[in-house]
Structure formats: C-alpha cells, structure tokens
Design a protein around this ligand. Sequence first.
Ligand SMILES: Cc1ncc(COP(=O)(O)O)c(C=O)c1O
Length: 400
Amino acid sequence: MLWIEEKAQSALERVREAQSRQVYPYFREFESGGLHTTIAGKPVVNFSSNDYLGLTNHPAVREAAKSAIDRYGTGLGSSRVQATTDAHVALERRLAAWFGFERCLVFTTGYQAMVGTIMALADRDTSLILDSYSHACILDGSFMAAGTPGSQAELRFFNHNSPKSLARCLRTKERKNALVLLEGIYSLDGDEANLEELLDVCDAYGAAVLCDDAHGTGTLGHGGRGILEKYGLQGRVPVVISTFSKTFGGIGGILLGSEQVVDHVKHSARSFLFSASLPAPLIAAADTILGMLEAEGPALVNALQSRADYMRSRLLAAGFDLAQSNTHIMPIMVRDERKALFLHVALLEHGIMMVPITYPGVKQGEERLRLNVTLGHSEEDIDRAVKLLIQYGKAFKVIA
Ligand SMILES: Cc1ncc(COP(=O)(O)O)c(C=O)c1O
C-alpha cells in the first residue's frame, strides 16, 4: 500500500467508525437551497446555517444574481488584477462608505482575505498576537506569516478575551511591531469580543488591531455594521475583515481599512493576486443585500435579536448550558461526543438540523451542537426545535 493510503486510513479511523454506526453528521446533501430544505426527500430546518438575516434566497437577491450572469457570465476567468468589473469597484465603494472606512477590497473568500492580509502586513519585525479561540483563517494566516522564509513573524497567544493576558503578551513580545488579531463574535462559542478593554491595552502598547467581524456584520450594532458600531468604537480599529458568506448571502471576503493599507494589501496579498476573481452574480447578491441593510438595517438587526432572545430564554429556562453565548449563536453544550452525535441524529429524524462540533474542532469535554438563530427561522421553527431539544435532551441526560 502506498504510504498516502496508509496515512489516510489511519487518519480516517474516527470518521469510519461514525459512518459505520450511522451517526456521521457531515456533508449531508441538501436538495434545495435555504434554511428550509430537504435531505433524502425529508423536509429539514437548518439551524447550523450562517445566513443570519435569511436573505440568501430572497427573490430580489436571486433576480440580481441572475441579471449579473446575463451581463458578466458565471465567472471572470482570472484574478482581480486582470478580471475586475465595474460592479466590483462600485460595491467596494459602497461597502467602504457604509462601514465608515476609507477603502474596501473584495476578496474571493473571507478566509483568503484574512490569510492574505496577515501575510501582507506581517514581517520579521512583527509579533502576531492572537486570541486563543481564533478562527482557522487567523491561525493559518499567522502560521504562514511565521513560516515564510524572509518574513518569519513572531507568534503569541493570549487567553480568550483577557486584557491581562493580552497585556502580558504585548509587554514581553520580541519584535518591534505588534498586530493583535480579534474577532467581533467568536463563532463556536457565540460570545462577543471584550473589545473596548482589549483596545485600551492595544493603545497602551501602540499595537495595531485587525478585527474579524464575520459574525457581527448584519447582526450587531444599530444598523448592522458590527461590533464597532455596537460599542461606538469606530475609528479605533484600523483594519476590519468580514465576509459575504453569512449575512451577505453568498461568498466573498471584505477588507476595510485606510487607503494606504488597503492599497498595500491589494498589491501584495498572494491569496488576492493568485486566485480567481469573485464572480459577478455574488457581487450582485451582496450589493442587493447591502441596499437592504442601508434601507432597513436597524429593523433587521432588532428582529434578529428579538428572535434570538426568544430562543435563548426558552433554552435557558429548560436548563440548557449555552456556554458564554450572548448573541444569536448559541452552542448547545453537550460535553460528550457520543451524546452530541446521537442527539444530532434524533433531531434530524424529526427534521431539525443542528450539526455537532466535536474534537478536534473543540476540546474534548466541550462537544456541542451548533445552533444559530436567523431571521429565516419562524417562531414555529423555534418552538418545534426547542420542544425536540427538551425531549431528547432529557432522554440523553443533557438536561435534568
Ligand atoms: C470568524 C470567521 N472568519 C472568517 C471566516 C471565513 O469566511 P469565508 O466563509 O468567507 O471564507 C469564517 C467562516 O467560517 C469565520 O467564521
């Protein structure tokens, strides 16, 4: 057997075991788009989606994407350097103005925006200082910046959301410049960054900050501009990254910053320069959703928050542990891999999908179901999900 076959076989041991017990939870095949879909012909309400405002399937968004195909086609055949449309540039201008930054650059994914930006900004004079709960895109961008010949930034982690631990990292860093990497909402735990206190520490040490607000965009702040708007911290974070893959109904990365910084990243981020341009239908979808946020952002954010509050209060009353969640992302803590897998299967049998997150996605003992409340979920969807969670939560002794 070739060594790659042996390696794959041993790496897949847990996957094969879950598949043989028929509790393997991933890559289920949706037969239509949206939060309400079917799997193997059975209707399913998806509570693990990031379509936070439920706009991915909005008729106006679909129509805009179709018209963009008629004008620009399905793809652009090259990277942004030689495949930028007027629609990309118009959207970048609108996004910069809406978020309140000088410039915006649209990448093909949020992951690429993060990796490319970190690599463009960090060098051997840089200490990259990461929250210990950082998303994979922050970790990967930092590992690449730390391991690239000639760049080799220093890498340090501070305890999740802890200003004291961040201060310790900044005090003892070994390089001249510090770039601190934070997230608006941490996606597996659903808790917000302790932003103001962390920014005070960064200011005290002259550190630059990059905030990934993928999950705060469209969900936090009066008009949905994210964590900076919510806490009145605009102007204190020089670089923000977000995505079209959640509120904005498609896929694509957003970089926001000053003219100088964004232009520098535009001319040096390898994930931007050497990967194909975001297709125009996705630009049109994001543009249409941005119009909706401009027109009715506060109402959308309020509606999402009251729906999330409704679900949270019912889950807490039933005795569920939602970890540190204080947003529309509410992990159902199960703290046992087998129970998480079986609970997921039981719910899915009744048409409710909440994907389990197990080791190595989270530490052992922190297994959970992913539950995101969105504006696309009706009160009836929520009531049904809560009723089933209580029934099976008791059966599997997740709650008393
Ligand atoms: C915090 C965070 N940042 C970045 C990304 C990457 O975004 P995209 O899906 O656009 O690649 C994600 C998506 O999972 C995310 O959760």
